[in-house]
Design a protein around this ligand. Structure first.
Ligand code: BGC
Length: 753
């Protein structure tokens, strides 16, 4: 329904409420009938069992457990009191558990097997933050397809990905798992990943259900500290945090995971507004919501539930359908239903949603469809997957600086010093959140470079961390050993060019890995400066899982490549860019700060009342640092250069607005450019950001070639969510900007009637 309202800036149109358009899946009547029939046969306990998810609890291919917790859970499985397991991997293990569910329980309802397949199963693809820097939606989709193909071949049919939390704070360790700071790009990337995981046929044996997480606001944990409180205004909630989730729901994501955090005083897991009002009612989401790991139980710590029983009632009544690992439902829901605290219809609703996804996956037709040993063998590390991984890894690399065209290196003439522990590390490049990978399976930089030249010598210089450092242990980065410095410095002084691979270890980002410093950890900055003192010809190859603040390097080092953690094919991808067989085309998806004190720093901020520098001190600024980032959102260079000209807006009527710009490759190599379109709504009933990304196009141009790039702007482009969660489109003046990054654009105007 459209209606006209009077607003501050004149006339506005409200289009629907919360949702701009609703594309959420319709249910299939045949499946719904089957669910009806099953629900009629299920006891209350069996229903609650479907809502209970446990972590893999015993070695499935070994003997059945005789006592303890594993024995209890094993017995529960046989009674149909577990609907899903996570972290059980491999055809044999999955088959064993599925056989118990199907053959030994009263109703034979198959299990759904969840796993954090975040950026690959065995073949590891770039961390999601890196991959997003490709701005290449096809490549991102294919990357998720590789992950789904290998995961499904190992028995997995549900991944807890993609994470679509918009993130502005590089201190938060989980920025590596998302697509950065922009909701528009984040939506596109998230949808591409869902398409890759779920394919076009969810019932196929090589597609898996995806999960939009963490609903909602987890990317805004205060001060970037893991699991911290989230307190954000409605405008940020509706315009920044929710849009990627909505986009995924519109594109049939099958599941949503709620979050650990409290949002505006209400834990996400017990949040009626988020899970019921918005997700299920307004967006018409038909899949199910899974809690985050024991996030139901954590509501007690949050001071929102008095005990586990209370937490169970709050969570289920708020629409959290499946309980991951807290046992709250299985212990308490039966009693809560009997006492009338939880209406049985809420249980039926949750179970219906869970069964619906199981039916859509085809698990009732063939519960063992993902359990084929032959396929498992063929799929893992398949050569076709390796080439996809290499392709997306190359596309993820961002060239930050290239003074005097130091890059690409020539494989013929130069004597190269290769320095840094990360250059010879085959584990760190796999990054965090690669649960099923085999350790030490990345191609290290050293091996990649060998394919282009033998004229290099390697010196470690310094380690990045010491002590046990893996998925569950903390790293100790206060390393004090400088004994490797001398060798590295001597080597650098005898070489023409120095390639230094510095950054973070693979587990310095990820869950539980927040940092207060954003520089190079440990002694690496010191090493960099010592090497620079003897040889300024340095190519700094950064390997890290979050934006870093490296003002000294940006000022002194002539060439800097942001290579993130690129997965299995790391060495090959980096070497291809270093030696110019691939021309870098990635663009940053998070602003790089000059200093940690600027964080959170993001391009799509509002204007303050005092944005401009004045002689006196009373304007919005720091007295010891600039406001601008070191490298802005959307930034990234190429070995060629591009010129923008001829920006035009043409509109025959308000619903047909076209923007065009000419992009010319005025360098001497073929290259790819991400052409970015931003708008600024100059006066609105709710203040709008100074810039908002609203379109992008990745094009390839040969030297001298020009191309006109066109964008079509619709009401969806111009509108925004007001503070009641309504999508509104207001007439008024807009800046229309197109350029190579968020800080470097051509600009024109458009008046929207
Ligand atoms: C994380 C989730 C993840 C879950 C299962 C939690 O700690 O927050 O993102 O999917 O564990 O491993």
């Amino acid at each position: 329904m459209k209606r006209r309202l009077q607003a501050l800036s004149g006339c506005l149109i409200i289009i629907g409420s919360i949702c701009f358009s609703n594309l959420a899946a319709q249910t299939n009547p045949v499946i719904e009938k089957k669910i009806d029939a099953l629900l009629r046969r299920m006891t209350l306990q069996e229903k609650i069992g479907q809502m209970n998810q446990y972590n893999g609890f015993w070695e499935a291919t070994g003997p059945a457990p005789k006592d303890g917790d594993a024995k209890t859970k094993y017995d529960m499985l046989k009674k149909g009191l577990i609907g899903s397991v996570l972290n059980v991997n491999g055809v044999q293990n999955v088959r064993k558990l599925q056989e118990i569910a199907v053959k030994e329980t009263r109703l034979g309802i198959p299990l759904i097997f969840g796993m954090d397949v975040i950026h690959g199963q065995k073949t590891i693809l770039p961390i999601p933050l890196a991959e997003a820097c490709s701005w290449d939606l096809k490549a991102i989709e294919q990357s998720a397809r590789v992950a789904a193909t290998e995961a499904s071949a190992q028995g997995i049919n549900w991944t807890f990905a993609p994470m679509v939390d918009v993130t502005r704070d590089a201190r938060w360790g989980r920025v590596m798992e998302g697509a950065g700071e922009d909701p528009y790009l984040g939506s596109k990337v998230g949808v591409a990943r869902v398409k890759g995981f779920q394919g076009t046929d969810l019932a196929a044996n090589n597609t898996i259900a995806a999960c939009a997480k963490h609903f909602a606001g987890y990317g805004f944990v205060e001060a970037g500290r893991e699991y911290n409180t989230v307190d954000i205004g409605t405008s940020t909630l509706y315009n920044i945090i929710l849009p990627p989730f909505k986009a995924l729901v519109d594109n049939q994501v099958q599941t949503v995971m709620n979050a650990f955090n409290v949002i505006n005083g209400i834990p996400s897991t017990g949040n009626v507004m988020l899970q019921k009002d918005i997700l299920k009612n307004k967006w018409k989401f038909k899949g199910f919501v899974v809690s985050d790991w024991a996030s139901g139980a954590e509501m007690v710590q949050h001071g929102f539930a008095k005990d586990l029983k209370d937490a169970a009632a709050i969570a289920v009544n708020a629409g959290s359908d499946m309980d991951m690992e807290s046992s709250a439902y299985i212990k308490h829901l039966e009693e809560l239903v009997k006492s009338g605290t939880v209406p049985v219809k809420n249980i039926d609703e949750a179970v219906r949603r869970i069964l619906r996804v199981k039916f859509l996956l085809g698990l009732f037709d063939d519960p063992y469809k993902y359990c084929d040993e032959k396929r498992e063998k063929e799929a893992l590390y398949n050569p076709a997957h390796q080439s996809k991984a290499l392709e997306v890894a190359k596309k993820s690399i961002v060239l930050l600086k290239n003074e005097g065209s130091l890059l690409p290196l020539s494989s013929q003439q130069q004597k190269i010093a290769l320095i840094g522990a990360l250059a010879n590390d085959n584990n760190s490049p796999l990054g965090s959140w690669r649960v099923c990978s085999d350790n030490n399976t990345a191609i290290p930089v050293v091996a990649g470079i060998q394919q282009y030249t033998r004229n290099f010598t390697y010196a470690k210089g310094v380690t990045v961390y010491q002590g046990i450092h893996d998925f569950i242990h903390e790293a100790n980065i206060n390393y004090t050993d400088t004994t490797g410095f001398q060798e590295a410095i001597a080597l650098a002084s005898q070489s023409q060019v120095v390639v230094m691979v510095l950054g973070e270890s693979g587990f310095q980002t990820g869950e539980g890995r927040s940092r207060t410093e954003l520089g190079l950890p440990g002694l690496q900055q010191q090493l960099l400066e010592r090497v620079y003192a003897v040889n300024k010809n340095i190519v700094l190859v950064l390997m890290n899982g979050r934006p870093l603040a490296l003002p000294w390097a940006a000022a002194h080092i002539p060439a800097i490549l942001e290579c993130w953690q690129l997965g299995t094919q790391t060495g090959n991808a980096i070497a291809a860019v270093l030696f110019g067989s691939y021309n870098p085309s990635g663009k940053l998806v998070m602003s790089f700060p000059r200093s940690v004190g600027q964080v959170p720093i993001y391009y799509n901020h509002l204007s303050t009342g005092r944005p401009d520098s004045v002689e006196l001190v009373f304007w919005s600024h720091y007295s010891d640092e600039k406001n601008s980032p070191l490298y802005p959102f959307g930034y990234g260079l190429s070995y060629t250069t591009f010129a923008y000209s001829n920006l035009k807006v043409q509109s025959s009527n308000p619903t047909d607005v076209r923007v065009s710009v000419t992009v010319t490759n005025n360098g001497n190599r073929a290259g790819e450019e991400v052409v970015q379109l931003y708008i600024h709504d100059k006066v609105a009933s709710v203040a709008r950001p100074v810039k908002e990304l609203k379109g992008f196009e990745k094009i390839t141009l040969s030297p001298g070639q020009s191309q006109e790039v066109q964008f079509r702007l619709t009401d969806e482009t111009f509108g925004f969510y007001n503070n009641n969660g309504q999508f509104v489109v207001e007439p008024g003046d807009f800046d229309i900007m197109v350029g190579t990054n968020s800080a470097s654009v051509l600009s024109t105007h458009y008046y929207k009637n």
